[in-house]
Design a protein around this ligand. Structure first.
Ligand SMILES: [Mg+2]
Length: 394
């Protein structure tokens, strides 16, 4: 059996967790400006029809009391790493698919699926105070659809014998790969539910939506999905980038703050995955959209924000003329290795101090959230600087 674990309204839930005054209120994380977009909406906001990907202007019209919160990707990366660490503690084969979602393979886990799902949910609730919805099924497809059915804050277990009964009533466009165009074609032939697809001869499906999509739908409609859970402890790199809505001068303090924030979230993700990395890469996009990158491979693998930041600053300085206007900065750590633990001895006494400090911060953040502890230069970022930050990608 395969488990699909998915945090409910992840970004919004993290904001409600660290700001108790937002609990029970309609909250959306995203851009507040005239061209802003909702990235994540609390269930209170969803009750008004607000959803991810919706222009903020429209969301406010649907829900005038909506509280807009600027995204804090550093915080979400840290919380995500903490949740993934919980999942890794429960199963050997864990495949994260995004910050708030992962598949787990139950083969060899030796615990009944329902009890496993309950344990997973209660552990994430206890340790992270977040709602995790869990779906269990014989394939990735069924597990994913089960977790959707489980939301909010629930679990749905679909044993092989129940797959057909579970899938048949679902709308056909709930299957992966059924976009608006395919859905329209299916509707024209009166195929509205997954059951309708299952009852349609394979050749007919191929004629309606094309050979490849037809084959896929014929399998999916029966819950068949050969994709295995691919454990991804061995991530190849961790990284992130920030786009500034207005170009920023290369000398502006915001650049340093942004690089430090990226170093911090990269380091937290490395440590949560028990990895360290050797190569630090800085990416810069100028106001004219020209994009450049520069890397440095360090003598020792690192997993501390202090070390990543220290490597990133000279790379940035080497890439960028002082007067340049910057649109985006990115920071990535590559050459990841689970075996090569950073050898603090080689780095001297001061770095041992940093290591102790950052590992202590990890433990505090695991209990109290990322806002509890952060470097001095990130404190107060919630003012002007944060308004300029717009996250992109992971
Ligand atoms: Mg989610």
């Amino acid at each position: 059996m395969i488990v699909h674990a998915d945090l409910d309204a992840f970004y919004a839930a993290v904001e409600q967790r660290r700001r108790p005054e937002l609990q029970g209120k309609p909250v959306a994380v995203g851009g507040a400006g005239p061209r802003g977009v909702v990235m994540s909406a609390s269930y209170e906001a969803r009750a008004h029809g607000v959803g991810g990907g919706m222009p903020t202007v429209r969301a406010r019209r649907l829900c005038p009391e909506l509280v807009m919160v600027a995204p804090d990707m550093d915080e979400y990366a840290v919380v995500s790493a903490n949740v993934m660490a919980v999942l890794h503690a429960f199963a050997r084969r864990v495949e994260p698919v995004s910050m708030d979602e992962a598949y787990l393979d139950l083969a060899g886990v030796g615990i009944r699926p329902r009890a496993f799902a309950e344990l997973l949910r209660s552990r994430v609730r206890e340790e992270q105070d977040l709602a995790l919805s869990v779906g269990v099924g014989p394939t990735k497809l069924v597990a994913k659809l089960a977790s959707v059915a489980a939301k909010p804050d629930g679990m749905v277990v679909v044993p092989q014998a129940d797959v057909e009964a579970f899938l048949r009533p679902l709308a056909a466009d709930r299957l992966p790969g059924v976009g608006p165009k395919t859905a329209e074609a299916l509707t024209r032939f009166g195929l509205l539910t997954v059951g309708d697809l299952a009852d349609t001869p394979h050749d007919t499906l191929r004629r309606i939506v094309g050979a490849a999509a037809g084959d896929m739908l014929a399998h999916y409609a029966r819950g068949e999905d050969a994709r295995p859970v691919v454990p991804q402890r061995g991530e190849k790199s961790v990284g992130g980038e920030r786009t500034f809505p207005a170009d920023v001068s290369a000398e502006h303090e915001l650049i340093r703050t942004t690089l430090l924030g990226l170093a911090q979230s990269n380091a937290a993700r490395l440590r949560a995955a028990k990895l360290s990395g050797r190569t630090v890469t800085v990416k810069v996009r100028f106001a004219d959209l020209r994009t450049v990158t520069r890397s440095r491979t360090l003598p020792e693998p690192v997993d501390l924000a202090h070390d990543i930041f220290a490597a990133a600053l000279p790379l940035f300085a080497g890439l960028v003329p002082t007067r340049a206007r910057i649109r985006l900065v990115g920071l990535r750590v590559e050459g990841l290795d689970a075996e090569a633990r950073p050898t603090q001895l080689a780095l001297g006494e001061r770095e041992v101090g940093w290591s102790e400090l950052e590992r202590t911060v990890d433990r505090v953040q695991a209990r109290f959230g990322a806002a509890a502890v952060r470097p001095a230069s990130l404190i107060g970022k919630s003012g002007e600087a944060r308004k300029l930050l717009r996250p992109e990608g992971r």
